[in-house]
Design a protein around this ligand. Structure first.
Ligand SMILES: Cc1ccnc(S(N)(=O)=O)n1
Ligand SMILES: [Zn+2]
Length: 261
């Protein structure tokens, strides 16, 4: 059935096109970013994140990733500037990661992949009434992508990794209030931007991607806690760890990648 997609051999990215033909479309994500081929665009503005009154609601395991949802009933948490024509509201953030070693990110940079990638998903509430409507529109969403590399412990990520045991099973959720994702940003907000898609089904071609150049550093121990999450529910007897939940780079086709600097 259409909702059984995953990252396994039988239901992974190589067969998603059967249920979601747009998987073979002209603006799919992720992509390999080749810095030397990106064009510096002086008209690109700085990214502005107004997350100060953000209100996270809960953290949950949807079987594909771990997701922190936000109250998007008003413009309290928005991203603006950069390539965007208007503010976009923060809806949720989630992660993609590997099994071990340095694979796990979705976007790659000149062939190099990172251990993980954080996606902050925002929607255009100026032009569209609901997230669902925006998710189907070519300028409906913007996702801020942040690379995670392994090294020293991240001083704030523990607030997330310490709760992961409570959402071990697919379908589990727990309260997760007043978490401001600004603490997960790198020190500079230089970025690449291009037009792409959701990287998981339904793969809608509705995302203005903003990929930060500077990764954040997390420890192997912190990353290991993500790998303890299960892609299976508490009632299922075949336990499957949630790891390698990333799609590999898709054809760039007729797109350009712009650089902020
Ligand atoms: C909300 C949502 C759904 C599907 N895929 C994504 S992603 N991985 O492109 O950010 N986000
Ligand atoms: Zn994602």
């Amino acid at each position: 059935p259409i909702n059984s997609w995953g990252y396994g051999k039988e239901n992974g990215p190589s067969v998603w096109h059967k249920d979601f033909p747009v998987a073979q479309g002209n603006r799919q994500s992720p992509i390999e970013i080749i810095p030397k081929q990106a064009s510096y665009d002086p008209s690109l503005q700085a990214i502005l994140l107004n997350y100060d009154h953000c209100s996270s609601i809960n953290i949950s395991n949807n079987g594909h990733s771990v997701v922190v949802d936000f109250d998007d009933s008003d413009d309290r948490s928005v991203i603006q500037g950069g390539p965007l024509d208007n503010p976009y509201r923060l809806k949720q953030f989630h992660f993609h990661w590997g099994g071990k070693g340095c694979h796990g990110s979705e976007h790659t940079v000149a062939g190099r992949s990172y251990a993980s990638e954080l996606h902050l998903v925002h929607w255009n509430a100026v032009k569209y009434q609901t997230f669902g409507e925006a998710a189907a529109a070519p300028d409906g969403l913007t996702v801020l992508a942040i690379f995670l590399e392994t090294g020293d412990e991240h001083r704030w990520l523990h607030r997330i990794t310490d709760t992961l045991y409570m959402v071990k099973f697919k379908g589990s959720a727990t309260d997760f209030k007043s978490f401001n994702p600004k603490c997960l940003l790198p020190s500079t907000l230089q970025y690449w931007t291009y037009l792409g898609s959701l990287t998981t089904p339904p793969l809608h071609e509705s995302v203005i991607w903003i990929v930060l150049k500077e990764p954040i550093t997390v420890s192997e121990r912190q990353l290991g806690k993500f790998r303890m999450l299960l892609a299976t529910g508490e009632e299922e007897d075949q336990r499957m760890h949630m790891e390698n939940n990333y799609r590999t780079p898709q054809p760039l086709k007729d797109r350009e990648v712009r650089s902020s600097n």
